[in-house]
Design a protein around this ligand. Sequence first.
Ligand code: FNR
Length: 372
Amino acid sequence: MQENRPPLTAIPAEIRCAQDYEAIAGHFLAADRLAYIAGGCGQETTLAANRAVFADLRIWPRLLRDVGQGHTALELFGRRLAHPILLAPLAYQTLAHPRGEIDVARGAAASDSGFVLSTLAGRTLEEVAAQAGEERWFQLYFQAERRHTLDLVRRAEAAGYRVLVVTLDTAIKLPSLRAQRAGFTLPAAVVAANLADYPEVAPPVLTRGQSRVFQGVMAQAPGWADLDWLLGETRLSVVVKGVLHPEDARQLKARGVAGLIVSNHGGRSLDGAPASLAALPAIRAAVGDAYPLLLDSGIRSGGDVFKALASGADAVLVGRLQTYALAVAGALGVAHLLRLLREELEVCMAQAGCATLADIGAAMIFKERETR
Ligand code: FNR
């Protein structure tokens, strides 16, 4: 089995911007683990599109505007956040660092950032909550049995998680070709700690002619009735993650979901799905101005955060960069990453003449190709 290099106890001098964590992650993460984390599904078309769409957007600089009282604060689900950059839920952060999600939570708290703990975290939601700041959210995967799903919800409520993020875009989850080719398998010590007490439910036994996909995996996948049931069971704000189609967005809002995360799971779900950023404007148009919308997939800099906000997001989540910073320097790395992203956003806002997030609108950006 390949091993990671031990994390540092100081920030390495070569980290000068948030994306530098991606550049040096390979010095710290074992090659097969890096392949699992960095890879996307299929031919990685959507993974590549996530970056390309950000790269195609340009930001208008504006002159002589007074931003002396500027700030990045916002209201989300009835709470004030210091800035709009949260940490996305990621499975098995103990792959990157022995303390895993505990250090992610500490890094988030040290930088006034919200984070979302995955159902598939390597540490339990209770032990993470004990080390976390107030802005902790829990990401829920529906379990094969409702009583296990409900138990996770009750545990998250009891541990003070404030928002429930229900991820719906990965009923079928295949290991990426990149991870398979690198020979990646989960090390024995890396487990889904939250699920330890729930026995696995065996998939249905298929008869000849039945499909492994339709009658197999999808037989256990959640549907609208499960979402309605969940909404009736909890008083936490429920946010759905993995939305790309405006019609789904409209229906979810009508059903009573508190907000949406526009996401293609960082290019790890349906290869060929649109880049989240490309899907965002139509979703904003479908749900109206006041409805909370977050975006992830492809954020690598504060400039990307600006572009996402200008395209209709209220806030963003950062996936892989978080793991890279964790692998390099644990909680310190995560806090440093978030500080860099926030500062990069502030620099962008100042140069674009935006004193607050409310000033960042569609008129601040354009597609470079449209001017050619
Ligand atoms: C993920 N993602 C994810 N999402 C989720 O809801 N629950 C999970 O357990 C995981 N696990 C996970 C593991 C790894 C290794 C990756 C890379 C991603 C998706 C994640 O929350 C987010 O949508 C993407 O990572 C965002 O894209 P970027 O920022 O990585 O480009």
